[in-house]
Design a protein around this ligand. Structure first.
Ligand SMILES: C[S@@+](CC[C@H](N)C(=O)[O-])C[C@H]1O[C@@H](n2cnc3c(N)ncnc32)[C@H](O)[C@@H]1O
Length: 235
């Protein structure tokens, strides 16, 4: 139900998202430093950036001597990802709920999926495909909205349900409706295990100090309660 709405929203958002992503506090000084720390050394690693957005992660990973293939459902995001990473990597418009037909089995050292799994209701095909394209012992790195944060933020009633939720983002210029799925902690963890992964680390991140100067209120809040969580899982 939400896929078309999500694609439309991100196509509209892409220009401002790309313009702001380098220093947007929740991305630049909360998600990315924590997720990149979890990924570790990427020298000579081949990485699939699933739901790559405007290619900011790819840009950083290339600068650390990795090679990257990026996928995103939004054609506008892919346009910016290609612009940002001129002559480097391959970027495809693709819905990661569908088989990753452009990717051979056992080719990637790392699959990264940052801040996107909450747009997917049923994780089965996505996780099966991530597993298939990873080399033996390859690692899946996910960052996602924290289930406890979302439960409060959306004033949910039944914690255990996977439910469609909606909010208005105002931080990227024109306000825009964003549709996603809220789920419980067990519905974030168990699909990974059921699809063959072993979880090696889970981080409830804290913002880095640059966040404080740009947005002291949220810096304070995020030091008290997490909005995201980052997971490392091994094939
Ligand atoms: C919050 S942005 C994160 C972008 C990037 N991973 C980052 O952290 O900078 C979420 C991205 O997920 C993409 N997305 C949402 N649903 C998707 C799907 N089913 N398949 C592929 N991409 C999807 C959106 O188009 C958007 O670019």
């Amino acid at each position: 139900m939400n896929t078309t709405k999500i694609k439309t929203a991100y196509n509209k958002l892409a220009k401002d998202y790309n313009r702001l992503i380098d220093h947007k506090p929740h991305n630049a000084y909360y998600d990315r430093p924590n997720t990149l720390k979890l990924i570790g050394d990427v020298t000579n690693k081949h990485i699939l950036d699933a739901a790559c957005g405007p290619g900011k992660y790819a840009e950083i990973l290339f600068s650390k001597k990795a090679t990257v293939v990026g996928l995103d459902i939004s054609k506008e995001m892919i346009k910016y990802a290609k612009e940002r990473n001129e002559n480097r990597g391959d970027f495809y418009i693709h819905d990661i709920q569908e088989p990753l037909s452009m990717c051979k089995s056992e080719t990637f050292d790392i699959v990264l999926c940052a801040l996107a799994m909450h747009y997917i209701k049923d994780w089965k095909i996505t996780l099966q495909e991530f597993y298939r394209v990873l080399k033996p012992n390859g690692e899946l790195i996910i960052s996602i909205e924290h289930p406890f944060f979302e439960y409060q933020y959306y004033n949910s009633e039944i914690y255990f349900n996977i439910e469609p939720v909606q909010c208005t983002w105002t931080g990227f210029g024109t306000p825009i409706e964003i549709y996603s799925y809220r789920r419980s902690l067990q519905d974030c963890i168990n699909p990974l295990i059921e699809n063959g992964f072993s979880i090696s680390k889970l981080i409830e991140p804290k913002p880095v100090k640059e966040f404080k100067n740009l947005d002291p209120k949220h810096y304070e809040e995020l030091n008290q309660f997490p909005a995201f969580m980052c997971i490392k899982a091994k094939k």
